[in-house]
Ligand binder design. Structure first.
Ligand code: BMA
Length: 328
């Protein structure tokens, strides 16, 4: 039995699996939890990140506006299910005007490290790259240097230093819709200069074709006593465009660029109407989890069809078992 290393989370959103749920992940029965028009200006709210905060939860949400500009917004919840999202986007403070230029911001991740909540997102700076910032209270936000040169997407921090270095997964990309993409590992002494880049994992043709076009890290990796549990998205190119599904892998604790296990089958795919129909059909896109070390419970927050946000559940044992039974 693998154990989650981390805090207990007594108030984790949770629902038991029913007999009809045959997959390793089961959906919340009242999905989606955030509708497209949850704030007055929004066209869609999806691919968003949440984290325990004070006696409840805080989040950073991707809201595309009715003029279809992409930006990130903070929000709060008592139970992790009902959210109050601010009507105005996050305004970052920072000393460098060049960095604060705002072309677009999307697909945020939030990671608590040491004393603060770090936010990473896809940041428009002459093309997509990894924007970075932090907050202590989800009221005042500070933006720091972009982690990489363009083009890159899906920057996901590890929740602690690994061998004296902060660590991040990301997915180098292009200026457009990127018909390729592997996951890489980078490290930094100071959260500003990133290097020691290592390849982590590639797309898979044939045998596991749902992840044959590109893959990208999803939520912050979950530390377990057997390794880092990584939930990621995988994409196939069909005659009707891209389809986004979810998979999982186990990375070595000390050398996370080494993959210990990876499932051949996906763990969640667009089956439900709200995942198959929307502004971009057939997309499930995970950006955050909440975990409880006592029970091994995992709640996954994921965007659906680039339109709404949903919640699904699993446990660390379910995912470990699934990887063992369906190895790549
Ligand atoms: C990716 C990102 C995601 C989006 C997905 C499907 O490239 O832009 O935000 O969910 O495409 O459109």
């Amino acid at each position: 039995m693998a154990k989650i290393i981390g805090n207990k989370l007594k108030n984790i959103p949770w629902q038991e699996r029913t007999e009809e749920d045959s997959m390793p992940i089961w959906r919340y029965s009242k999905n989606p939890i955030i509708n497209r028009n949850a704030i007055p200006s929004s066209n869609s709210i999806f691919n968003s990140a949440v984290i325990p905060f004070e006696d409840g939860f805080a989040g950073v949400f991707r809201c595309d506006s009715k003029s279809v500009s992409m930006n990130i917004y903070s929000g709060f919840s008592k139970d992790g299910i009902h959210w109050n999202i601010n009507h105005d986007p996050i305004e970052f403070q920072g000393e460098n005007e060049e960095i604060l230029r705002k072309e677009y911001r999307y697909d945020p991740r939030v990671c608590f490290i040491e004393d603060r909540y770090y936010i990473t997102w896809c940041n428009g700076y002459h093309g997509p790259t990894i924007g970075m910032g932090y907050t202590f209270d989800f009221k005042t936000f500070h933006q720091t240097e972009n982690a990489f040169l363009p083009y890159n997407r899906n920057g996901v921090l590890f929740p602690r230093k690994i061998g004296d270095y902060y660590a991040m997964l990301s997915r180098p990309s292009d200026t457009g819709h990127t018909p390729f993409g592997d996951i890489f590992y980078s490290q930094s002494k100071d959260m500003e200069y990133w290097g020691h880049h290592r390849h982590v994992m590639s797309t898979v043709k044939g045998k596991s074709a749902w992840q044959s076009t590109k893959i990208g890290p999803g939520p912050v990796p979950i530390e377990t006593d057997e390794g880092w549990l990584l939930i990621y998205h995988g994409v196939i190119t069909t005659c009707n465009g891209y389809v986004y599904r979810m998979g999982c892998a186990l990375l070595d604790l000390d050398q996370p660029w080494k993959v210990k296990m990876r499932s051949s089958d996906y763990i969640l795919a667009p089956y439900e109407l709200y995942e198959c129909v929307g502004d971009v059909p057939n997309v499930v896109f995970p950006c955050a989890t909440l975990t409880d070390s006592e029970t091994g419970r995992i709640a996954i927050y994921y965007g659906c069809a680039d339109t709404v946000t949903s919640l699904a559940f699993t446990t660390v044992d379910e995912l470990m078992k699934y990887m063992k039974e369906n190895p790549l």
